[in-house]
Ligand binder design. Sequence first.
Ligand SMILES: NC(=O)c1ccc[n+]([C@@H]2O[C@H](COP(=O)([O-])OP(=O)(O)OC[C@H]3O[C@@H](n4cnc5c(N)ncnc54)[C@H](O)[C@@H]3O)[C@@H](O)[C@H]2O)c1
Length: 181
Amino acid sequence: MRNVLVTGGAGFIGSHLVARLLAEGQWRVTVVDDFNDFYDPALKRRNVSAHLGREDFALHEADIRDRAALGELFAGAEFDVIIHLAARAGVRAAMDYEASGYEVINLGGSRTVSLSELIALLEGELGRKAVIDRRPTQPGDVPRTYADVSKARRLLGYDPRTPIEEGVRRFVQWFSSDGGR
Ligand SMILES: NC(=O)c1ccc[n+]([C@@H]2O[C@H](COP(=O)([O-])OP(=O)(O)OC[C@H]3O[C@@H](n4cnc5c(N)ncnc54)[C@H](O)[C@@H]3O)[C@@H](O)[C@H]2O)c1
């Protein structure tokens, strides 16, 4: 068994990763998450509730910027791998966020998708029209984004293969199922 620490492991991506690692049966998984209220923390608690009580799972409720709490965590265990997903996802939220000293690896798709295209895909999958309230450019908005994933490719062998259409379809399926409620 190898020890893995997943920061932000109760979040959207983290909790899927944790479920996958536990299903593989070769990992002792520790999650550190502060369950902040950036969105409903009850969703995050539900994401990890099924694992509580497992011998190969530990949950630490702490802010990763809290050096004392992290010191305790690292004193109690040695990790083979650390996967850092704790973040204020989204540019606007991140602008107000004081970061710690982790290395940053950019993950994303390599094709730019416009917001209108994304909304159209969601409308198609949900079978209903979006009510759009157009606003002026907001702080942090950029006219075009394009994720440079070369570092992730080099360090992690990252090679995203799911096209946006397929990802949105699967997301809507998940969101409309018990998993998303
Ligand atoms: N969701 C996407 O489509 C997407 C795409 C590309 C990259 N990312 C990146 O992946 C990462 C995870 O995204 P997500 O969608 O799972 O977001 P999320 O908000 O669902 O998960 C982040 C988790 O981190 C926790 N967290 C935040 N700050 C913390 C802190 N200081 N200490 C401890 N825990 C903290 C939150 O409580 C949350 O559970 C983010 O860095 C995000 O920018 C997400």
